[in-house]
Design a protein around this ligand. Structure first.
Ligand SMILES: *[C@@H]1O[C@H](CO)[C@@H](O)[C@H](O)[C@H]1NC(C)=O
Ligand SMILES: *[C@@H]1O[C@H](CO)[C@@H](O)[C@H](O)[C@H]1NC(C)=O
Ligand SMILES: *[C@@H]1O[C@H](CO)[C@@H](O)[C@H](O)[C@H]1NC(C)=O
Ligand SMILES: *[C@@H]1O[C@H](CO)[C@@H](O)[C@H](O)[C@H]1NC(C)=O
Length: 304
């Protein structure tokens, strides 16, 4: 990493720290007023949803795709400036300005582009092991599915089906919890590793994967009724607003309090699954049931 990058990151973290403190001492935004007036989605009025057509560019990231599907980013997903991404992510999802600068700037670095001058197409940011990574909760690994712009519905249904939280504000509605996400991520990591001969997942990408999961908790409050259209159709439900009400949005530092515990509990479940599957392997070897004994189904059943 270049010295200038480290320097920029350090500055962003200092800025982020001050925003975190400011959020603590300033009053929260009022419900119904999280998206600033004059921006798409203010008062829950989202621009019309139009599913992507065959030539539209889409990425591995549901948040950016949903913005393009509603025309908050260009609907064709092409020729997007990093600055536009910064501004629209800020107003749509209430991430802090430090976050909204850090992520596009990071992506610009991966694509070897200039943050202030260049533009990108959504599909470009799906470059493998940039922000796209194996064992995603919403995409098949690139080894099995080269088009990372499309959600893989069975994974999403399985994830949402595992939701175990109860919503105290709305009777009968279910919430995805941090533990649900950790368990399902662990399952994906274990199965993807077994099925994908080119599987790779660095420490960085594990943490990045957990930050995507953490987004579902912090920005969406884990609400399954909102997450279903958001993850499957990449559509923002009518009337929706971000769950984060902090005046200056979700900072990187505040986000870390959700991401880091989620990642460590995911790794704890991965170890557990690995141990269980090697026990199964051992048993079936002893009982002479065949060479492997481990199938996708019995890995899944250990995760109930
Ligand atoms: C998509 O692009 C192809 C090739 O340029 C063109 O033939 C086709 O009509 C386009 N489809 C749409 C829906 O615009
Ligand atoms: C891309 O967008 C810029 C403005 O941001 C515009 O000047 C340029 O003509 C566009 N390029 C294409 C190929 O549409
Ligand atoms: C990011 O967007 C904000 C508006 O939310 C704008 O004030 C700021 O100048 C932008 N920063 C950069 C580096 O593009
Ligand atoms: C958040 O956690 C990551 C991963 O441990 C760390 O690199 C980063 O410095 C932390 N950022 C802040 C602002 O706390």
């Amino acid at each position: 990493m270049a010295i200038s990058t480290i320097f920029t990151d350090a500055l962003v973290f200092v800025w982020d720290f001050f925003l975190t403190l400011t959020n603590i001492i300033t009053p929260n935004l009022k419900a119904g007023h999280v998206v600033p007036s004059g921006h798409a989605g203010a008062a829950g009025n989202w621009p019309e949803y139009v599913p992507p057509g065959e030539n539209d560019s889409r990425s591995a990231c549901p948040m950016l795709n949903a913005m393009a599907n509603h025309g908050i980013l260009p609907h064709d997903g092409k020729n997007i400036s990093f600055k536009l991404m910064n501004e629209t992510v800020r107003s749509t999802y209430n991430f802090a300005p430090s976050f909204c600068y850090f992520v596009p700037n990071y992506i610009a670095g991966i694509l070897k582009k200039d943050y202030s001058k260049d533009t990108f197409d959504l599909a470009e940011i799906s470059v493998h092991n940039g922000i796209e990574h194996d064992a995603s909760l919403t995409r098949e690994d690139i080894f099995h599915e080269p088009d990372q712009g499309k959600p893989h519905v069975p994974f999403i249904e399985e994830l949402l089906g595992s939701a175990s939280g109860k919503d105290s504000k709305a009777e009968g509605s279910v919430l995805l919890t941090s533990d649900d996400l950790a368990r399902y991520s662990a399952k994906r990591r274990t199965e993807a590793k077994a099925r994908n001969p080119e599987f790779s997942l660095s420490k960085f990408h594990k943490t990045f994967g957990s930050s995507n999961s953490a987004t579902l908790l912090r920005i969406f409050g884990g609400r399954v009724s909102d997450l279903r259209p958001f993850l499957i159709e990449e559509r923002i439900p009518e009337g929706w607003e971000p769950s984060v009400q902090s005046r200056f949005g979700l900072t990187i530092a505040a986000f870390n309090f959700t991401v880091l515990p989620l990642e460590s509990s995911t790794e704890k479940y991965v170890k557990q699954l690995t141990k269980e599957s090697s026990n199964i392997q051992e048993t079936s070897r002893v009982e002479n049931y065949g060479a492997t004994g481990v199938t996708e189904t019995n890995i899944g059943s250990t995760n109930a």
